[in-house]
Design a protein around this ligand. Sequence first.
Ligand code: FES
Length: 138
Amino acid sequence: MDTSRRNVLLAALGALMTAAAGSVFYPLFRYLAPASTAVTKKKVTLQLKEIPEGGAKFFEFEGLAAVLVKQKGGGVAAFSAVCTHLGCIVQWQQGQNQFLCPCHGGQFSSEGAVLGGPPPKPLAKLPFTVNGDSVTIG
Ligand code: FES
């Protein structure tokens, strides 16, 4: 066997072994590498005409449940929909104009203030801007 043929075969064998090693170690690396905890900070834009007065629209903000309330009288407010007691997602009670937490009966006003139950703090307010008929949260 001449040396150039041997070199070509060795190079092909080396490439094959590199590919085989990659197919074993890359999935192992991906499994063992810590998961990314980065949360994208993306703004969310909602159309006000989609929400009736005294109604609420739930959406996802930075990976968590959030809600925009269209107050009676026209104002808007945006909150995290995560209950400040043990983290359940609150529900909007349009007839009572308040939030109710289904887990332990926590109640919050349309402004996010605690009205009753075990929650220790108000719902977290989210920053927003109103641009005509749309609201941008974040
Ligand atoms: S988690 Fe909401 S009241 Fe307990």
